[in-house]
Design a protein around this ligand. Structure first.
Ligand code: ADP
Length: 370
């Protein structure tokens, strides 16, 4: 019983990976669920079950986006846990319903196999009160569950731990600023292995500029669009979540395209690149101040792992803070690596993230303790 199936259920796709110990023995992506592909999540999971060799399956690990303020650790799914995750749907209407469907179908199709929920928010439950609170009326905030929850926790946890290992340092004594720059993007200040603060907030919309999300904006923009622009709330939601960020500034959410157009002198792409990278730099400075001592800055995810120009621009001019990138090391490709010059006060690292592996690892931890 050494196999763990990891499921990441979206509303129209299911990403899966099968682990035997630390080894990946199968993986796939079932797309267009309900829109031309399999009819529903039942059919999608049946497809996966016939594609994957599930003999000796010890458990299924499910990615769940929102764990609210209840879940601070990976959790064995019981009826009560399932109901609690369902109660969190209003906080994550775009994500939790699909995650729940995945759990529900897996419990039904794989009876007797433990199902474990791994929450994107869990790693951030160590944030102190000042990092969680928004400065609004506490009774209003309390009534509606308004606080910073943070996301990408599985990635920030994995990458910060790998950074300490790469630098041969104890996690407990290592402060890392992790920069998860994918289609979604977030920064996290990790102090001694614990999340101190992160840039995504009550939802994944806050913080860095992303592929299609605005990140930080003045909230008055929303009132203005509503009152003066006459836009509906759902239209504004769509604008900020799906038509903003790189997409809004330059009409494309792929950083490769933005870079190619910028190299060719395109003004919109240049602006998008600058807004994106300067926002990251601002967070690095803010998080350095909050951490007090920074041992490493680590880039991860699609953009962070692959884009040397973005890494260079995000940290340009930070030499006075002991943060610098060596051009040759930055340009070289590879796996886990240090790209700062020898002797730099702060190590700058690139660590490929592996959320599925981290989910499998955390799932095993739950199995070992139940
Ligand atoms: P997701 O958040 O969907 O998991 P990823 O972490 O896979 O996304 O990141 C996807 C993004 O990574 C793409 O939209 C693309 O912009 C960016 N990306 C991938 N390769 C490169 C590259 N070589 N240079 C710049 N950006 C890249």
């Amino acid at each position: 019983m050494s196999r763990i199936l990891v499921l990441n259920c979206g509303s129209s796709s299911v990403k899966w990976r099968l682990f035997d110990g630390p080894d990946t023995v199968g993986k796939g992506l079932v797309e267009r669920v309900g829109t031309g592909g399999p009819a529903d999540h039942d059919a999608a999971l049946s497809e996966i079950m016939s594609a994957a060799d599930l003999s000796g399956l010890a458990a299924v690990g499910h990615r769940v986006v929102h764990g609210g303020d209840r879940f601070s650790a990976p959790t064995l799914v019981t009826d009560e846990v399932f109901a609690a995750v369902r109660d969190l749907v209003p906080l994550a209407p775009l994500h939790n319903p699909a995650n729940l469907t995945g759990i529900e179908v897996a419990r039904r199709l794989l009876p007797g196999v433990p199902q474990v929920a791994i929450f994107d928010t869990a790693f951030h439950r160590t944030m102190p009160a000042w990092a969680r609170a928004y400065a609004i009326d506490t009774s209003v905030a309390g009534k509606w569950g308004i606080q910073r929850y943070g996301f990408h926790g599985t990635s920030h946890a994995y990458v910060s731990r790998r950074t300490a290992a790469l630098l041969d340092r104890p996690v407990e004594h290592t402060n890392v600023i992790t920069l998860h720059l994918g289609n979604g993007a977030s920064a996290c200040a990790v102090a001694g292995g614990h999340s101190l603060i992160t840039s995504m907030g009550m939802s994944p919309l806050e913080g860095l500029v992303m592929g299609t999300r605005s990140g930080d904006i003045d909230p008055t923009i929303i009132f203005h669009l509503r009152r003066v622009g006459g836009l509906g709330v759902d239209e504004i939601d769509d604008l900020l979540n799906r038509r903003s960020g790189l997409m809004g500034l330059a009409g494309d959410n792929d950083m490769r395209e933005i870079e190619a157009r910028r190299d060719a002198g395109d003004e919109a792409a240049t602006l998008a690149f600058d807004v994106y990278c300067q926002r990251v730099k601002g967070y690095v400075g803010a998080y350095a101040a909050l951490l007090g001592r920074v041992d490493a800055v680590t880039f991860t995810a699609g953009v962070g792992e692959n884009s040397a120009p973005v890494r260079e621009a995000c940290l340009a001019g930070l030499d006075p803070f002991g943060i610098a990138v060596d051009p040759d090391r930055n340009a070289a490709r590879g796996g886990e690596r240090v790209i700062s010059p020898d002797g730099a006060r702060v190590a700058v690292c690139v660590i490929p993230t592996d959320e599925e592996l981290e989910i499998a690892t955390q799932t095993r931890t739950v199995l070992a303790t139940t």
